[in-house]
Design a protein around this ligand. Structure first.
Ligand code: PHE
Length: 445
């Protein structure tokens, strides 16, 4: 058997994981989720969800991955619990599923870089979106996005993923900072900041039933949890890294990028008097593109913004493809490039229906959000919290000098409050799916 690949450096691992976490979820979805859920109030709940649920859950994935040094499916056998393999299968299937439509959206982003450069959507933001979001063009760009993703993964863990994300993540931060500074100079920026930064506590309390699952779902998605991505990335770690320190760095950086995206998006929207959060999946593209069209230097800004979005989307997509690829690299004799191409083709085909209709894409997204992600996170929490308990705490402390108190506190939340919160999220998510499918006339809670 050939030796298993590893990251070339600890920084490389951290940047790759940040690259996975920072994606369409932060820059496209987060500001709009915030808009739809009442502004700053949502952010408060979201930050709590990231800290109290997301961070411990990320450490759960790290612990499993680093100790097993295997892909998320075989990891359970390695840890002596082969009967829990199904958890890894669900996570890996989720990665496959999400990448299928994520890549379609990635294709839109490519289209919008070109559209900004030529001003193609200026004055017709909505018509443009409807023309490019579904149909043959969307299919071609879906294929293009997938091809780049395959290309990077084919080059390997250190040679492809690590090298690409080392360049991508700093570029995202620098460009986004530049956009944020520029957005601050717009007239109306103050109103945007106000909306973004002052929570309306009454609205928070009365809407907690919808805000909570949205915030928890957003926390999982943005931290790349529930699809084996962090298990896989941690499986390529060397011995001596501190998982809590790495996890904290990744969580903080990811959150900062999301917040920074808000500092770009809200001033722009308020400068133009657009109500944040109106509309569905296409809203971000339509409103933002509409905004660029009206701003001085809109073409340049549009190009920069969508380039940031593309880098973010790519560095996330590669982590999804890596989950599935690592399983086959560990289990077959085919070369990594061959496997990446084969899997990329399969994922492309699965995504095709969502490239032909926006409502199909919305359905793919909602199955992932409402069912697959919370289910997969919940099962892994139960595994580490109740089945693999003692080894997990040892593993968390390996390579660090943190005391046993941190480990035990972590284990305690992983056994109790975190799975409970995820269970509630899952049940609410299933309810949403049932309502959307017409199986339930109206929500029970
Ligand atoms: N975290 C990514 C985002 O916010 C999405 C993603 C999820 C990527 C899961 C990889 C794995 O866009």
């Amino acid at each position: 058997m050939t030796e298993r690949e590893t990251w070339a450096s600890r920084v490389g691992f951290i940047l790759a994981a940040v690259g996975s976490a920072v994606g369409l979820g932060n820059i496209w979805q987060f500001p709009f989720q915030t808009g739809q859920n009442g502004g700053a109030a949502f952010i408060v709940v979201y930050l709590l969800a990231v800290l109290l649920i997301g961070f411990p859950a990320m450490l759960v994935e790290f612990v499993v991955g680093r100790r097993a040094e295997r892909n998320p499916i075989d990891a359970f056998e390695r840890l002596g619990h082969g009967d829990w393999k199904v958890v890894g299968i669900i996570g890996t299937a989720t990665a496959f599923w999400i990448l299928a439509f994520y890549s379609v959206v990635g294709g839109w982003v490519i289209r919008y870089i070109a559209g900004s450069a030529t001003g193609a959507y200026f004055g017709r933001a909505e018509a443009y979106f409807n023309a490019v979001a579904a149909g043959p063009e969307a299919v071609v760009l879906h294929a293009a996005f997938m091809a780049v993703t395959v290309g990077i993964v084919a080059l390997g863990v250190a040679g492809g993923i690590e090298r690409a994300t080392k360049f991508m993540v700093p570029s995202i931060v620098v460009l986004l900072l530049g956009l944020g500074v520029w957005a601050g100079t717009l007239e109306g920026a103050a109103a945007g900041y106000d909306y973004y930064l002052s929570p309306d506590v009454d609205a928070l309390v009365s809407n907690i039933g919808t805000i909570l699952p949205a915030a928890v779902g957003q926390a999982f998605f943005t931290l790349s949890l529930g699809m084996g991505a962090m298990v896989t990335y941690a499986s390529y770690l060397g011995e001596d890294d501190s998982l809590p320190a790495d996890g904290a760095t990744i969580v903080v950086l990811n959150t900062l990028v999301g917040l920074l995206a808000g500092f770009v998006v809200f001033p722009i929207l308020f400068a133009l008097g657009v109500e944040p959060g109106s509309g569905g999946l296409g809203a971000a593209f339509i409103t933002l593109a509409g905004a660029f069209a009206q701003l001085p230097a809109g073409r340049v800004l549009g190009v920069v913004f969508f380039v940031v979005l593309l880098l973010a989307a790519l560095s996330s997509a590669i982590s999804l493809l890596e989950v599935v690829t690592s399983y086959l690299v560990d289990n077959t004799r085919f070369s990594r490039p061959k496997l990446a191409v084969g899997l990329g083709t399969g994922i492309f085909l699965l995504g095709l229906p969502s490239a032909f209709g926006l409502s199909t894409l919305g359905w793919y997204n909602s199955v992932a959000y409402n069912l697959l992600l919370p289910l997969s996170v919940l099962l892994l929490l139960l595994f580490v919290g109740w089945v693999d308990t003692y080894d997990a705490v040892d593993e968390l402390r390996r390579g660090t000098d943190i005391g046993s108190t941190f480990g035990l506190a972590w284990l305690w939340v992983v056994r109790t409050v975190v799975p409970l919160a995820v269970l509630v999220t899952l049940l609410l998510g299933i309810q949403t799916l049932a309502v959307n499918a017409g199986l339930l006339a109206s929500p029970i809670v």
